[in-house]
Design a protein around this ligand. Structure first.
Ligand code: AKG
Ligand code: FE2
Length: 504
């Protein structure tokens, strides 16, 4: 635990999490004013150093490490490590805020397993296949580094045997799901407090991750939804709560009920690595949802309501969460998509999906015709065709890419096209680059659920090497290994030649 009263700081202090595997002597050392403390916890190590600010609002940490064999691997945006001197300095970019820390705000948290809320919903368009760059609308999911008092913290390791409270009926700017998943990360002494106390504690922490502008946006969106929900009359009320037996086909239900890798593999085809397809929705459910969407669109036209479209790339289609389907879709994600994703997409937070963006996209000659090449603002995307009659509209996939490599060239082995069929789901990595070809006749309407994991996003902000799933990262790594092997071989061959000459 932090014991800040034990130390007197002359200046602003920050702390950084080092990698979990690091072993550092945990006795505090104080040499040359800069080293303050190295704290050791199970699964997390914190090191602390003097912080100074430059004009560009950058923080510099520098501290001497205590004498020990293991050298920490730094987990942070940038690092400079000098092994010989045992000096570790790093530079951490801060968001461009006029952030002037007060005495109480001496602590900045860079990582602690804390869960950050999501930003606005945007697909990121990627360079077209002709190599031309479309305008790029990157989803800004960078963590905002707030000030923090040392007393309010979450635990990195969740209390898995604790059953969290239900926060559904609680009025808050944060999702009830977020509270439920955070609750396991509360310090053990708080777990048995009243729901209100726990919510208050978690809210204080969440607020630090949610800047004022973001909170205003969330508030506006809540009002927007409220306006719709209090005026729109649903057509099929039975859609608004989960009725699994009438929504899903029996094979899908059976696999989810069994909830084993084997059961999922028995219903899933993987026509291309990372693209899973399976029968999912009953025709009756598809019909009802199509009728509900039509009914909603009719209401929008009649009332001239200024409706928000699903994302930056669609001019048609509606956000299902905005007119009352959020709870049902939450259930869909939690009870059906998360179990499958746990098996097939664990490397991108498949088992910790905790929020979603649910919408339908509509294509046809009088609607959007096609959809440009992009990645989703999602860890895992569910895309199910609801019908109706159409031709064309194939999904094209072109390789999974991390942020850094989103525009990297497509390799021939990454090309895959998929034709939609009504009721059949496609589940793919959100960063699997894709687009939809022109729907050449009829209408095509698809249900999309962009599923996100705040835990994964939080970790991604701090761990650079969380991209094992990016095919370009893999390719670069292989290339480095190849060069390394070639260099070793060359050295070996030179040595051999030299010893031959010596022998001769
Ligand atoms: O039209 C489709 O099937 C793809 C839709 C899609 O990729 C999206 O909305 O993110
Ligand atoms: Fe997409």
């Amino acid at each position: 635990m932090w014991k800040d009263s034990n130390y007197s700081y002359s200046n602003t202090i920050g702390y950084i999490r080092l990698s979990d595997t690091t072993t550092i002597c945990d006795s505090p050392t104080t040499s040359n004013r800069e080293t303050q403390l190295v704290e050791h916890q199970v699964g997390a190590v914190y090191a602390m150093g003097k912080v100074s600010f430059t004009e560009e609002l950058k923080v510099f940490f520098s501290f001497e490490l205590p004498d020990c064999d293991a050298f920490p691997t730094f987990v942070g945006p940038s690092r400079v490590i000098d092994r010989r001197e045992k000096i570790l300095t790093t530079q951490v970019d801060l968001p461009p805020l006029t952030w002037i820390p007060t005495e109480e705000e001496r602590f900045m948290r860079f990582t602690d397993g804390l869960i950050a809320p999501h930003r606005a919903t945007q697909a990121t368009e990627v360079a077209g296949m002709d190599g031309k760059k479309d305008k790029r609308m990157a989803a800004e999911n960078r963590i905002v580094v707030p000030s923090i008092t040392s007393s309010q913290r979450l635990q990195l390791i969740p209390s898995m045997d604790h059953k969290p409270d239900n926060y559904e009926d609680m009025q808050s700017e944060f999702s009830p799901l977020l509270f439920s998943s955070l609750e396991r990360h509360l310090p053990p002494t708080l777990l048995n407090l009243s729901r209100d106390h726990k919510a208050h504690y978690m809210r204080q922490i969440l607020l630090r991750y949610s800047p004022t502008a973001e909170r205003a946006r969330v508030q506006k969106h809540r009002e927007y939804r409220q306006k719709i929900i209090s005026n729109y009359q649903p057509l099929h009320r039975e859609l608004y709560t989960m009725h699994a037996a009438s929504f899903f086909v029996p094979s899908f239900l059976k696999a989810v009920n069994e909830n084993t890798e084997k059961s999922f593999r028995s219903i899933v085809s993987e026509p291309f690595t990372g693209v899973l397809t399976f029968e999912m929705l009953q025709p009756r459910f598809c019909e009802m949802l199509l009728a509900e969407v039509e009914n909603f669109e009719k209401w929008v036209r009649e009332t001239k309501f200024r409706v928000m479209r699903p994302n930056t790339m669609n001019r048609f289609g509606v956000v299902l969460d905005d007119f009352g389907l959020e709870t049902m879709l939450d259930k869909l994600m939690e009870d059906f998509i998360r179990p499958i994703s746990r098996v097939f997409f664990s490397e991108v937070g498949g088992s910790t999906l905790d929020s979603h963006h649910g919408f339908v996209v509509e294509y046809g000659m009088d609607r959007d015709v096609d959809l440009g090449f992009h990645v989703d603002d999602a860890e895992v995307t569910l895309n199910v065709c609801l019908g109706k009659q159409f031709s064309g509209g194939e999904l094209f996939f072109r390789g999974v890419r991390c942020e850094k490599h989103v525009n990297a060239k497509t390799q021939s082995e990454e090309i895959f096209d998929y034709s939609h069929a009504a009721g059949r789901a496609v589940l793919h990595h959100g960063r699997h680059r894709h687009g939809a070809r022109a729907t050449t006749s009829g209408h095509r309407i698809n249900l999309l659920l962009w599923c996100r994991s705040s835990v994964f996003r939080e970790l991604r902000n701090h761990q650079k090497d969380l991209c094992s799933w990016c095919t370009e990262c893999q390719r670069e790594k292989k290339e480095r290994q190849r060069q390394c092997v070639a260099a070793i071989k060359l050295v070996g061959a030179t040595e051999k030649r030299r010893s031959y000459y010596v022998a001769v």
